[in-house]
Design a protein around this ligand. Structure first.
Ligand code: GNR
Ligand code: NI
Length: 168
C-alpha cells in the first residue's frame, strides 16, 4: 500500500477524461488499495483515480463515521437521477481549503463493478449521493469549482497558485 500524491487545482491533468477499466485484475486492486490509503490518510470521504493522475474509471468512497466501510466503484454509470435537487457544501482534496455550495440531484442510482469485477447497483441519497456525483465528475475531468461563478473560479485559481508558490 502507498499514499499517492494528489493533483491540485488548477493542474490541467485534473481535466483528463478517464478510460473504462477493461479487466478488474491485481493491477486495479493495487490501485484501489493505494487510493483507499490515500483517501484515509488525507483524510477525505472519496477519491477518484483522476486525482492521483491515473486516468481510469475507478472511485473509492467511505462516508461512514467509523471509516471502515470502503465502497469501490469501477466503471460507474448513473442509471437514474431522482427528481428532487438539493444543495450541499462541497470540498475537494484537489482544492484544499475551499468549500462552497453545489446543487445536484438528491438521489442517484449507480451501477458499477466492485474490486472483484462483480456488477452491482446502488441507490443513494444524502452525502453518499453527493460524493458519487462529485467523484464521477472527476472521471469526466470536472472539478466542483466549475459549478461556481467565473469570478469565484478565478479567485480560487489565484489562491491555489499562491499557495503552491508558498509551499514550493
Ligand atoms: O473529502 C471530501 N469531502 C466532500 C465533502 C462534500 C462533498 C464532496 C466531498 S468529496 C471530498 C474528497 C474529494 O475531493 N473527492 O474527490
Ligand atoms: Ni474531489
Amino acid at each position: 500500500m502507498a499514499v499517492l500524491d494528489i493533483l491540485r487545482y488548477p493542474d490541467q491533468r485534473l481535466h483528463t477524461v478517464a478510460r473504462r477499466v477493461e479487466h478488474v485484475d491485481d493491477r486495479i486492486r493495487k490501485l484501489v488499495s493505494d487510493m483507499a490509503q490515500t483517501m484515509y490518510d488525507a483524510p477525505g470521504v472519496g477519491l477518484a483515480a483522476t486525482q492521483v493522475n491515473v486516468h481510469e474509471r475507478v472511485i473509492v468512497i467511505d462516508v461512514s463515521e467509523t471509516k471502515d466501510r470502503l465502497q469501490v466503484f469501477i466503471n460507474p454509470e448513473i442509471v437514474s437521477y431522482g427528481d428532487e435537487r438539493s444543495v450541499h457544501e462541497e470540498g475537494c482534496l484537489s482544492v484544499p481549503g475551499i468549500y462552497d455550495e453545489v446543487e445536484r440531484p438528491e438521489q442517484v442510482t449507480v451501477r458499477a463493478l466492485d474490486e472483484h469485477g462483480k456488477s452491482f447497483t446502488l441507490s443513494a441519497d444524502g452525502l453518499l449521493a453527493v460524493c458519487i456525483q462529485h467523484e464521477m465528475d472527476h472521471l469526466l475531468g470536472k472539478v466542483f469549482v466549475q459549478y461556481l461563478s467565473r469570478l469565484k473560479q478565478s479567485r480560487i485559481r489565484s489562491k491555489m497558485l499562491k499557495l503552491d508558490r508558498q509551499t514550493a
